[in-house]
Design a protein around this ligand. Structure first.
Ligand code: HEC
Length: 205
């Protein structure tokens, strides 16, 4: 007679502790996900030229720490881009530095292929080591060739195989991002765009 209520209350106490413990774990898991992780969304992408220009590409920080992102981008010895960094060379491709542990294979970069053709951003593909661009190229395969101090950012001299795009083609592509206000092209940029359009038409035939 003594033991029964005792046992009952101890198991009730135990159950109470377990559920309090679980609630605590859940709460800490949730708050650490809020602290360390973030999920970039389609609203995070807009006119490429609204970001900070660095040597021909553009950067920003989706968590607000643009200084930390620029510090790495402008460092002569490289470094690890901080969480929240967004980098773009062309309007349709982007890489975002996710929280530590997101994917060690990609140094925690998430790769995006975007469709901006109607003046709005749509995410075509996103992810880590499996993302392939519209030409069938795996983002990571090329970007992993950058020497380690450059954190998978290729530019022209970090060890990646070069892209078949001239500086005039790149600036023309950046200037004609359909999400930006119209801006004038130089003669050379206009020719570069015509050339790109001709190649595209030929490859579609
Ligand atoms: C064929 C190899 C190749 C593939 C595939 C590729 N890239 Fe790149 N990417 C490069 C090179 C090389 C540069 C630097 C070009 C330059 O600055 O002239 C670059 C530049 C960039 C940049 C600007 C920062 C930097 O690294 O210089 C971003 C962002 C980027 N690529 C994202 C992507 C994404 C996202 C994908 C996949 C959807 C992708 N790339 C696929 C080779 C590649």
């Amino acid at each position: 007679m003594f033991r029964k209520p005792y046992r009952k209350s101890s198991s009730a106490l135990f159950a109470g502790l377990v559920s309090a413990g679980m609630a605590f774990c859940l709460m800490t898991a949730m708050s650490s996900a809020q602290d360390a992780g973030f999920e970039p969304s389609v609203e995070d992408f807009s006119c490429i030229r609204d970001m900070e220009s660095v040597r021909g590409f553009f950067v920003t920080n989706l968590l607000g720490d643009i200084e930390a992102t620029l510090e790495v981008a402008n460092s002569e010895t490289g470094g690890t881009y901080p969480t929240g960094s967004l980098i773009q060379l062309v309007p349709t491709e982007a890489m975002v530095k996710r929280e530590p542990g997101y994917n060690p294979l990609t140094n925690d970069w998430e790769f995006f292929e975007l469709d901006v053709s109607n003046g709005e951003t749509h995410i075509r593909v996103r992810g880590s080591d499996e993302v392939v661009n519209q030409f069938g190229g795996n983002c990571l395969e090329c970007h992993a060739r950058a020497e380690p101090q450059w954190d998978m950012v290729c530019e022209q001299d970090h060890g990646c195989d070069p892209l078949p795009l001239t500086p005039a083609m790149l600036s023309a592509i950046q200037k004609t991002d359909p999400r930006c206000e119209a801006t004038e092209l130089t003669e050379e940029e206009a020719q570069a765009l015509q050339f790109l359009a001709a190649i595209r038409a030929a490859s579609e035939n």
